[in-house]
Design a protein around this ligand. Structure first.
Ligand code: GUN
Length: 291
Protein backbone atom coordinates (compact mmCIF):
# COMPACT_ATOMS: atom_id res chain seq x y z
CA UNK A 1 0.00 0.00 0.00
CA UNK A 2 1.38 3.37 -1.04
CA UNK A 3 0.26 6.64 0.55
CA UNK A 4 -0.67 9.34 -1.95
CA UNK A 5 1.13 12.07 -0.04
CA UNK A 6 -0.70 15.34 -0.63
CA UNK A 7 1.43 17.19 1.87
CA UNK A 8 4.66 16.39 0.05
CA UNK A 9 3.18 16.79 -3.45
CA UNK A 10 1.64 20.14 -2.56
CA UNK A 11 5.01 21.26 -1.15
CA UNK A 12 6.63 20.29 -4.49
CA UNK A 13 4.01 22.30 -6.39
CA UNK A 14 4.39 25.31 -4.10
CA UNK A 15 8.15 25.21 -4.58
CA UNK A 16 7.64 25.13 -8.36
CA UNK A 17 5.28 28.11 -8.09
CA UNK A 18 7.73 30.00 -5.83
CA UNK A 19 10.45 29.60 -8.48
CA UNK A 20 8.09 31.00 -11.15
CA UNK A 21 7.15 33.91 -8.91
CA UNK A 22 10.77 34.90 -8.29
CA UNK A 23 11.34 34.71 -12.05
CA UNK A 24 8.35 37.01 -12.67
CA UNK A 25 9.68 39.43 -10.04
CA UNK A 26 13.21 39.43 -11.44
CA UNK A 27 11.80 40.22 -14.89
CA UNK A 28 9.94 43.20 -13.40
CA UNK A 29 6.57 41.56 -14.05
CA UNK A 30 3.52 41.67 -11.81
CA UNK A 31 3.50 39.69 -8.56
CA UNK A 32 0.44 37.40 -8.41
CA UNK A 33 -2.19 38.68 -5.97
CA UNK A 34 -4.95 36.50 -4.50
CA UNK A 35 -7.81 37.92 -2.44
CA UNK A 36 -10.27 36.02 -0.23
CA UNK A 37 -13.57 37.15 1.21
CA UNK A 38 -14.64 35.47 4.44
CA UNK A 39 -18.11 36.17 5.80
CA UNK A 40 -18.66 35.27 9.46
CA UNK A 41 -16.56 33.27 11.89
CA UNK A 42 -17.10 29.59 11.00
CA UNK A 43 -14.13 27.76 12.57
CA UNK A 44 -13.31 25.49 9.63
CA UNK A 45 -13.64 28.34 7.09
CA UNK A 46 -11.34 30.55 9.17
CA UNK A 47 -8.77 27.74 9.27
CA UNK A 48 -8.96 27.16 5.49
CA UNK A 49 -8.73 30.85 4.59
CA UNK A 50 -5.85 31.30 7.05
CA UNK A 51 -4.01 28.42 5.35
CA UNK A 52 -4.62 29.99 1.92
CA UNK A 53 -3.15 33.33 3.06
CA UNK A 54 -0.14 31.55 4.60
CA UNK A 55 0.43 29.62 1.37
CA UNK A 56 0.44 32.93 -0.56
CA UNK A 57 3.21 34.22 1.68
CA UNK A 58 5.20 31.00 1.16
CA UNK A 59 5.23 31.26 -2.65
CA UNK A 60 5.77 35.03 -2.71
CA UNK A 61 2.25 36.09 -3.75
CA UNK A 62 0.53 39.20 -2.48
CA UNK A 63 -2.68 38.38 -0.60
CA UNK A 64 -5.65 40.32 0.69
CA UNK A 65 -8.10 38.95 3.24
CA UNK A 66 -11.45 40.70 3.50
CA UNK A 67 -13.27 39.67 6.67
CA UNK A 68 -16.92 40.61 6.88
CA UNK A 69 -19.29 40.08 9.83
CA UNK A 70 -21.88 37.26 9.83
CA UNK A 71 -24.75 39.76 9.39
CA UNK A 72 -23.26 41.32 6.23
CA UNK A 73 -26.01 41.98 3.68
CA UNK A 74 -25.99 40.31 0.28
CA UNK A 75 -25.83 43.78 -1.29
CA UNK A 76 -22.71 44.69 0.69
CA UNK A 77 -21.04 41.40 -0.29
CA UNK A 78 -21.91 41.91 -3.97
CA UNK A 79 -20.41 45.39 -3.69
CA UNK A 80 -17.13 43.98 -2.28
CA UNK A 81 -17.03 41.49 -5.17
CA UNK A 82 -17.48 44.28 -7.71
CA UNK A 83 -14.56 46.20 -6.17
CA UNK A 84 -12.30 43.13 -6.61
CA UNK A 85 -13.69 42.49 -10.12
CA UNK A 86 -12.43 45.84 -11.36
CA UNK A 87 -9.24 46.14 -9.28
CA UNK A 88 -6.36 45.50 -11.73
CA UNK A 89 -4.04 44.66 -8.85
CA UNK A 90 -6.12 41.52 -8.00
CA UNK A 91 -5.43 38.52 -10.24
CA UNK A 92 -7.95 36.20 -8.64
CA UNK A 93 -10.23 35.96 -5.65
CA UNK A 94 -12.48 33.57 -3.82
CA UNK A 95 -15.52 33.87 -1.61
CA UNK A 96 -15.14 31.20 1.05
CA UNK A 97 -18.14 28.87 1.29
CA UNK A 98 -20.46 28.16 3.02
CA UNK A 99 -22.07 31.59 3.25
CA UNK A 100 -24.56 32.64 5.95
CA UNK A 101 -28.12 31.45 5.15
CA UNK A 102 -29.49 34.92 4.31
CA UNK A 103 -27.10 35.20 1.33
CA UNK A 104 -27.88 33.57 -2.03
CA UNK A 105 -24.76 31.56 -2.88
CA UNK A 106 -25.53 31.22 -6.59
CA UNK A 107 -26.07 34.95 -6.93
CA UNK A 108 -22.72 35.61 -5.26
CA UNK A 109 -20.77 33.10 -7.36
CA UNK A 110 -22.31 34.48 -10.53
CA UNK A 111 -21.20 38.01 -9.60
CA UNK A 112 -17.51 37.04 -9.72
CA UNK A 113 -15.68 38.01 -12.91
CA UNK A 114 -15.06 34.60 -14.58
CA UNK A 115 -11.53 35.75 -15.52
CA UNK A 116 -10.71 36.15 -11.81
CA UNK A 117 -12.74 33.15 -10.61
CA UNK A 118 -9.78 31.06 -9.42
CA UNK A 119 -12.20 28.70 -7.61
CA UNK A 120 -13.71 27.84 -11.01
CA UNK A 121 -17.26 27.97 -9.62
CA UNK A 122 -18.77 30.49 -12.09
CA UNK A 123 -21.12 28.92 -14.71
CA UNK A 124 -18.83 30.25 -17.46
CA UNK A 125 -15.88 28.28 -16.06
CA UNK A 126 -17.99 25.18 -15.35
CA UNK A 127 -19.30 25.31 -18.93
CA UNK A 128 -15.87 25.87 -20.44
CA UNK A 129 -14.40 23.00 -18.42
CA UNK A 130 -17.23 20.70 -19.52
CA UNK A 131 -16.57 21.59 -23.17
CA UNK A 132 -12.78 20.96 -22.87
CA UNK A 133 -12.06 24.68 -23.29
CA UNK A 134 -9.41 26.51 -21.23
CA UNK A 135 -10.96 27.41 -17.86
CA UNK A 136 -10.22 27.58 -14.17
CA UNK A 137 -10.66 24.07 -12.77
CA UNK A 138 -11.99 23.98 -9.19
CA UNK A 139 -9.05 23.56 -6.87
CA UNK A 140 -10.01 20.29 -5.17
CA UNK A 141 -10.71 18.30 -8.37
CA UNK A 142 -7.66 19.96 -9.99
CA UNK A 143 -5.57 18.81 -7.01
CA UNK A 144 -6.85 15.24 -7.25
CA UNK A 145 -6.07 15.11 -11.00
CA UNK A 146 -2.56 16.40 -10.27
CA UNK A 147 -2.03 13.85 -7.49
CA UNK A 148 -3.16 10.95 -9.73
CA UNK A 149 -0.94 12.22 -12.54
CA UNK A 150 2.18 12.72 -10.40
CA UNK A 151 1.83 9.24 -8.85
CA UNK A 152 1.29 7.83 -12.38
CA UNK A 153 -1.99 6.10 -11.44
CA UNK A 154 -3.36 4.40 -14.57
CA UNK A 155 -6.75 6.01 -15.24
CA UNK A 156 -7.19 5.27 -18.96
CA UNK A 157 -9.98 2.71 -19.27
CA UNK A 158 -10.17 2.36 -15.48
CA UNK A 159 -13.48 1.98 -13.65
CA UNK A 160 -13.80 5.07 -11.50
CA UNK A 161 -16.58 5.50 -8.94
CA UNK A 162 -17.13 9.01 -7.63
CA UNK A 163 -19.29 9.04 -4.49
CA UNK A 164 -20.99 12.41 -4.13
CA UNK A 165 -22.35 14.85 -6.71
CA UNK A 166 -21.47 18.23 -5.16
CA UNK A 167 -20.75 21.19 -7.41
CA UNK A 168 -17.35 21.67 -5.74
CA UNK A 169 -15.99 18.10 -5.96
CA UNK A 170 -18.10 15.15 -7.15
CA UNK A 171 -19.64 16.62 -10.30
CA UNK A 172 -16.45 18.26 -11.68
CA UNK A 173 -14.41 15.16 -10.76
CA UNK A 174 -16.73 12.95 -12.80
CA UNK A 175 -16.41 15.27 -15.79
CA UNK A 176 -12.61 15.64 -15.61
CA UNK A 177 -11.87 11.93 -15.27
CA UNK A 178 -14.06 11.08 -18.26
CA UNK A 179 -12.28 13.64 -20.47
CA UNK A 180 -9.42 13.03 -22.87
CA UNK A 181 -6.68 14.46 -20.65
CA UNK A 182 -3.92 13.37 -18.24
CA UNK A 183 -5.53 11.36 -15.40
CA UNK A 184 -8.62 11.12 -17.62
CA UNK A 185 -10.06 8.66 -20.15
CA UNK A 186 -11.74 6.71 -17.34
CA UNK A 187 -15.13 5.01 -17.32
CA UNK A 188 -16.86 7.03 -14.64
CA UNK A 189 -19.83 6.16 -12.44
CA UNK A 190 -21.22 8.88 -10.19
CA UNK A 191 -22.94 7.52 -7.08
CA UNK A 192 -24.98 9.50 -4.55
CA UNK A 193 -27.51 9.21 -1.73
CA UNK A 194 -30.15 7.59 -3.99
CA UNK A 195 -27.78 5.00 -5.46
CA UNK A 196 -28.95 1.42 -4.92
CA UNK A 197 -26.53 -1.40 -4.03
CA UNK A 198 -23.62 1.02 -3.64
CA UNK A 199 -21.23 -1.66 -2.35
CA UNK A 200 -21.82 -3.73 -5.51
CA UNK A 201 -20.75 -0.70 -7.56
CA UNK A 202 -17.76 0.30 -5.43
CA UNK A 203 -16.48 -3.32 -5.48
CA UNK A 204 -16.09 -2.99 -9.27
CA UNK A 205 -14.02 0.19 -8.97
CA UNK A 206 -10.33 0.48 -9.81
CA UNK A 207 -10.38 4.01 -8.37
CA UNK A 208 -12.82 5.45 -5.81
CA UNK A 209 -13.19 9.17 -5.15
CA UNK A 210 -15.06 9.47 -1.83
CA UNK A 211 -16.61 12.93 -1.56
CA UNK A 212 -19.92 12.58 0.26
CA UNK A 213 -19.06 14.15 3.62
CA UNK A 214 -19.98 11.22 5.89
CA UNK A 215 -17.10 10.27 8.20
CA UNK A 216 -15.64 6.77 7.66
CA UNK A 217 -18.47 5.80 5.29
CA UNK A 218 -16.42 3.65 2.89
CA UNK A 219 -15.31 0.44 4.59
CA UNK A 220 -12.96 -2.40 3.60
CA UNK A 221 -15.82 -4.77 2.65
CA UNK A 222 -16.98 -2.27 -0.03
CA UNK A 223 -13.76 -2.29 -2.09
CA UNK A 224 -11.71 -4.75 -4.12
CA UNK A 225 -8.05 -5.66 -3.61
CA UNK A 226 -5.66 -3.23 -5.30
CA UNK A 227 -8.08 -0.30 -5.47
CA UNK A 228 -6.86 3.32 -5.50
CA UNK A 229 -8.64 5.48 -2.94
CA UNK A 230 -8.96 9.27 -2.90
CA UNK A 231 -10.59 10.50 0.31
CA UNK A 232 -11.98 14.03 -0.03
CA UNK A 233 -13.89 14.06 3.26
CA UNK A 234 -12.73 16.18 6.16
CA UNK A 235 -15.22 16.31 9.02
CA UNK A 236 -14.62 17.49 12.57
CA UNK A 237 -15.69 14.63 14.83
CA UNK A 238 -16.00 15.21 18.59
CA UNK A 239 -13.09 13.60 20.43
CA UNK A 240 -12.57 14.37 24.11
CA UNK A 241 -9.12 12.75 24.08
CA UNK A 242 -7.90 15.61 21.85
CA UNK A 243 -6.94 18.97 23.32
CA UNK A 244 -8.97 20.87 20.70
CA UNK A 245 -12.00 18.61 21.36
CA UNK A 246 -12.26 17.07 17.89
CA UNK A 247 -10.40 14.96 15.34
CA UNK A 248 -10.48 15.20 11.55
CA UNK A 249 -12.13 12.23 9.86
CA UNK A 250 -12.23 11.38 6.17
CA UNK A 251 -15.07 9.66 4.29
CA UNK A 252 -12.99 6.47 4.26
CA UNK A 253 -12.39 4.04 7.11
CA UNK A 254 -8.63 4.11 6.63
CA UNK A 255 -8.01 1.17 8.97
CA UNK A 256 -10.00 -1.39 6.95
CA UNK A 257 -9.72 0.10 3.44
CA UNK A 258 -5.94 0.62 3.51
CA UNK A 259 -5.48 -3.16 4.04
CA UNK A 260 -6.88 -3.76 0.52
CA UNK A 261 -5.83 -0.58 -1.31
CA UNK A 262 -2.74 -0.24 -3.49
CA UNK A 263 -2.82 3.57 -3.18
CA UNK A 264 -4.69 5.72 -0.65
CA UNK A 265 -4.79 9.38 0.41
CA UNK A 266 -4.63 10.03 4.17
CA UNK A 267 -6.77 12.55 6.09
CA UNK A 268 -5.32 14.97 6.92
CA UNK A 269 -2.37 15.32 4.53
CA UNK A 270 -4.00 14.03 1.35
CA UNK A 271 -6.40 16.06 -0.77
CA UNK A 272 -6.59 19.10 1.56
CA UNK A 273 -3.08 20.49 0.96
CA UNK A 274 -3.47 19.84 -2.79
CA UNK A 275 -6.53 22.12 -2.90
CA UNK A 276 -4.50 25.05 -1.61
CA UNK A 277 -1.59 24.40 -3.99
CA UNK A 278 -3.95 24.34 -7.00
CA UNK A 279 -5.68 27.55 -5.92
CA UNK A 280 -2.24 29.16 -6.06
CA UNK A 281 -1.64 27.58 -9.45
CA UNK A 282 -4.91 29.04 -10.79
CA UNK A 283 -3.91 32.46 -9.45
CA UNK A 284 -0.51 32.23 -11.13
CA UNK A 285 -2.21 31.26 -14.42
CA UNK A 286 -4.58 34.24 -14.10
CA UNK A 287 -1.69 36.63 -13.37
CA UNK A 288 0.36 35.42 -16.36
CA UNK A 289 -2.73 35.59 -18.57
CA UNK A 290 -3.19 39.25 -17.53
CA UNK A 291 -6.97 38.71 -17.09
N1 GUN B 1 -15.39 25.73 1.01
C1 GUN B 1 -14.94 24.44 0.96
N2 GUN B 1 -14.13 24.26 -0.08
C2 GUN B 1 -14.06 25.45 -0.72
C3 GUN B 1 -13.34 25.89 -1.87
O1 GUN B 1 -12.62 25.14 -2.54
N3 GUN B 1 -13.51 27.19 -2.19
C4 GUN B 1 -14.32 28.03 -1.48
N4 GUN B 1 -14.43 29.29 -1.90
N5 GUN B 1 -14.98 27.65 -0.42
C5 GUN B 1 -14.85 26.37 -0.04
Amino acid sequence: MIILDGKKTSADIKNEIAIEVSKLKSEGKKTPHLAAILVGTDGASMTYVGAKVKACEFVGFESTLIELPEDTSEKKLLNEIEILNIDNEIDGFIVQLPLPKHIDEQKVLMAINPDKDVDGFHPTNVGRMTLDLPSFIPATPFGIMELLERYKIETSGANVVVIGRSHIVGRPMSILMSQKRPAGNATVTIAHSRTKNLAEITKQADIIIAALGIPEFLTGNMVKEGVTIVDVGITRVDDTTKKRGYRLAGDVDFESVSKKASYITPVPGGVGPMTIAMLLKNTLISCKRGH
